[in-house]
Design a protein around this ligand. Structure first.
Ligand code: GTR
Length: 326
């Protein structure tokens, strides 16, 4: 049994042994995240759990499994689908392979900037995508959005234009759209789970990766020699809090409303924590010697046009609506 599998097994055992509190059986909700304790998504989800415990008089208790202890995102999405994990904070990246409707938010440069992305997810389009996930056969209930900022490239050799990516192996999230994106930019996209990226950078299996500053710092990727951060902002991918449908269906209608309300509060709380963490971790990366390179986004935008054409074909109306959001 691998360490992850045995952790998962003990997590299930903990849930089965849940002790009654206040005279009622207590339900343990296992929550999971690839990020470590203290990361904005983890803190906001934990606080949601505390509020849920209080509002339900102890009927529900959340137990957080951070730092990928239950596996990479793809594995955790599967575990949430089958009900072994009840609450998951995940990027929409790996979810694209499970619910193709979310591809529209996975495309490079589909949002003008983060303000535009927030306006879209806070409005009717954001709700439509949440509903599409919940109504899909994936057995997931999309509770609320989370913020993952903008993803930029970090490599061992500096990148200023797409031509500089030639011959560079760059880790992308597991979703063919992202591999196509990197290949369209001229590099070699390599799909890999988040927990493997650090050692792949260290051993030279890959030459770079792409992410936001808080992830680059907290996952220690900056210590591997990938110290050139080219600010391409090529992907602005909203993140998500999902509940296993198996767990959601066991709730009363009032509890379902409560979980959605608290999910929405977690969204707003995380956003504040997120903005602070981007400032904090950008400063830490710079202090650690990471060179932030300003790049002209236009050649990166132009090179990825075929990806938007290919994956955006089923979403042309929706993309026009997204572009029209101020
Ligand atoms: C982070 C994101 C995670 C995960 C990770 C990755 O920015 O918050 O959910 O998707 O990137 O690159 O795998």
């Amino acid at each position: 049994m691998t360490l992850r599998r045995s952790l998962l097994a003990s997590a299930i055992a903990v849930a089965a042994l849940a002790t009654p509190s206040f005279g009622i059986a207590q339900t343990i909700l296992k929550a999971a995240d690839v990020h470590p304790a203290g990361y904005p998504t983890v803190v906001a989800t934990e606080n949601m759990g505390k509020k849920l415990e209080l509002a339900s008089n102890g009927k529900f208790k959340m137990q957080m499994f951070p730092a990928s202890v239950l596996g990479d995102e793809k594995t955790m999405i599967e575990q949430t689908q089958i009900g072994a994990i009840q609450l998951l904070r995940t990027s929409l990246g790996p979810l694209g392979s499970v619910v193709p409707d979310v591809y529209v938010f996975n495309m490079p440069f589909v949002f003008r900037n983060e303000t535009h992305m927030r306006a879209v997810i806070d409005g009717p389009i954001g709700q439509e995508i949440l509903d599409k996930i919940s109504n899909s056969p994936a057995r997931l209930v999309a509770l609320a959005w989370q913020d993952g900022g903008s993803r930029s490239l970090y490599t061992k050799k500096p990148v200023r234009t797409p031509a500089d990516l030639k011959g560079q192996k760059v880790r992308m999230m597991g979703n063919p759209l992202f591999i196509d994106t990197m290949n369209a930019l001229g590099g070699n996209g390599i799909a890999m789970g988040y927990p493997e990226v650090y050692s792949a950078l260290q051993t030279g299996v890959i030459d770079g990766a792409e992410n936001n500053p808080p992830s680059m710092f907290t996952a220690n990727h900056y210590t591997t020699g990938a110290k050139y951060y080219a600010q391409t902002n090529h992907l602005i991918i909203p993140e998500l809090l999902v509940m296993s449908k198996a767990a959601y269906d066991k709730l009363t209608p009032a509890e379902q409303t409560l979980v959605k309300k608290l999910g929405r509060e977690a969204q707003m709380e995380q956003r504040v924590l997120w903005d602070k963490s981007v400032v904090e971790y950008t400063a830490k990366l710079k202090a650690a010697g990471v060179e932030f390179i300003e790049v002209d986004q236009k050649p990166f935008f132009d090179a990825t046009a075929p990806v938007r054409a290919k994956y955006g074909a089923p979403f042309t109306d929706l993309m026009a609506r997204i572009a029209a959001v101020k």
